[in-house]
Design a protein around this ligand. Structure first.
Ligand SMILES: [Zn+2]
Length: 470
């Protein structure tokens, strides 16, 4: 348990102690002159405190003739005054920050502040109405405000206990007018702040973005947004540029409480510029779109053939194999189609495999993003230029239907691979994005031109400053 003493003595008490020092000197002289009348009283009574306060007034108002205003019959035992000094020094207003350590419980923490089990347990129960203090975690901070008795080494009274949940939420326990403890949840209102950054990519994208003040969480989101259209391993090179407009949620005192959405993400690659904008449509769905309002997520083709009437000759799943003559799982969908029918890339991506592959015959595999790949079997032949490493667009011809490998007739065997597992191409629902149209498209275009006009100057300026620094 770490005890941090933020504030020992409040200024008003410092003032009191100093004033009291003066009071004692004066009183001592005064008492000497009245030595015969002095009585000794061991405890500090209410009347003693009144004496003390009167003396303080005498001192602070610079009244010379103390005896004229101070009743001699109440004078004065010097010992009680020393007790008073003692009690003022003993009790301090404190604000402590306690960090929860391994093995701590809410009650053990309060015990360490000198509270009895019963006292601590009562506070526990009061807290429980809004938050169960049994859930405190290691590293969590607990703020205690109250009066601490240095002599007894315990809290003599508690003004407030606050358990901090996170940067914006905390649970607070205070006494109400009736002296009962009441708990409440305190949540800070956040303000959304828009930031922009741009720069050249050298080394890793995250380092390049970090160096321009983009936090890691936003970098990860940036990569995710582009994962449908850009292969960061292949497409992004040194000297390419990024642009980003993103939100921060800040507290009233200007601290970042959480990161918001990326509003615009741009990548200037060697051959093309990819820009994506966040838009929330009339139905309330938020997604990213190209400048023209095309969805960044493209649905993988369910039937990637020029012959859209092709029938399913064998569905995905368990089936009796026509050649092997036994029940096995069919990991793709077969579409019967005439030999030579064009086969399309199911989505944008990079050719990973293009070769004769055993039972698959002529086989192509395309990696679309970190999540999805597709595979195509029994091709008659590959389209011109289709070889590993080549980038293809959705709908681009990659080959022609044939019957190579383990096949009874011309058909396309089509597989969708999600995170390394083959799934039914007919039922995948991922990567579904719809292009904007109508009113949404109009609103979207206004938003795009707004972002462009607000930030193109900013990005140009950021670029200029970089050169100026060199
Ligand atoms: Zn098949």
């Amino acid at each position: 348990m770490v005890l941090e003493l933020i504030n020992n003595i409040k200024p008003k008490h410092k003032h009191r102690v100093i004033t009291l020092g003066y009071a004692l000197v004066v009183t001592f002289a005064f008492v000497l002159s009245l030595a015969n009348n002095t009585s000794v009283n061991a405890s500090v009574s209410y009347q003693d405190k009144t004496d003390y306060l009167m003396l303080e007034n005498v001192i602070s108002e610079n009244i010379e003739d103390t005896a004229s205003i101070y009743p001699t019959e109440r004078i004065i035992n010097i010992r009680s005054l020393f007790d008073l000094v003692d009690s003022y020094q003993r009790e301090k207003d404190i604000q402590k920050v306690l960090e929860v350590k391994k093995g701590d419980t809410f009650i053990s923490i309060l015990n360490s502040m000198g509270l009895s089990y019963d006292e601590a347990h009562n506070l526990y129960l009061a807290f429980k109405k809004v938050y169960n203090p049994a859930n405190i975690r290691i590293g969590q901070k607990i703020f205690i405000k109250g009066i601490y008795d240095n002599k007894l080494k315990k809290l003599s009274s508690i003004e407030n206990i606050t358990i901090q949940e996170n940067r914006i939420k905390s649970y607070s326990l205070s006494q109400n007018e009736n002296g009962q403890f009441e708990a409440k949840v305190i949540e800070e209102e956040l303000i959304s702040e828009v930031n922009s950054a741009s720069g050249s990519i050298s080394g890793s994208l995250s380092k390049s973005m970090n160096s321009q003040g983009v936090p890691n969480k936003i970098v990860q989101e940036f990569i995710k947004i582009f994962s449908y259209s850009v292969d960061f391993r292949r497409d992004v090179r040194k000297g390419d540029k990024f642009e980003i407009v993103f939100e921060n949620n800040i507290t009233k005192d200007g601290k970042v409480a959480s990161y918001g959405n990326i509003l615009y993400a741009g990548l200037q690659l060697r051959n093309e510029k990819v820009s994506l904008y966040r838009y929330t449509d009339a139905k309330g769905n938020s997604d990213y779109y190209t400048e023209k309002g095309l969805a960044m997520k493209k649905t993988l083709h369910k039937k990637p053939l020029s012959f859209q009437n092709a029938r399913i000759s064998s569905p995905f799943g368990k089936r009796r194999h026509p050649i092997k003559k036994r029940w096995i799982i069919h990991w793709g969908v077969d579409y019967a189609a005439p030999k030579g029918t064009k086969i399309f890339a199911g989505g944008d991506g990079v050719i990973q495999v293009a070769k004769y592959n055993g039972g698959y015959g002529n086989y192509v595999k395309i990696r679309h993003n970190s999540e999805y790949s597709t595979a195509y079997g029994h091709m008659w032949k590959f389209a011109k230029g289709i070889r590993p490493g080549v980038r293809v667009k959705q709908g681009q011809v990659i080959g022609y239907v044939g019957s190579t490998g383990l096949s009874t007739g011309p058909h396309l065997h089509y597989e969708v691979i999600r995170n390394g597992k083959r799934v039914n191409p007919r039922t995948i629902r991922a990567a579904t994005g719809n292009n904007l149209a109508g009113k949404d498209l109009k609103k979207f275009k206004l938003m795009v031109s707004d972002i462009k006009s607000s930030y193109s100057k900013m990005f140009a300026l950021q670029e200029k400053n970089k050169f100026a620094k060199k």
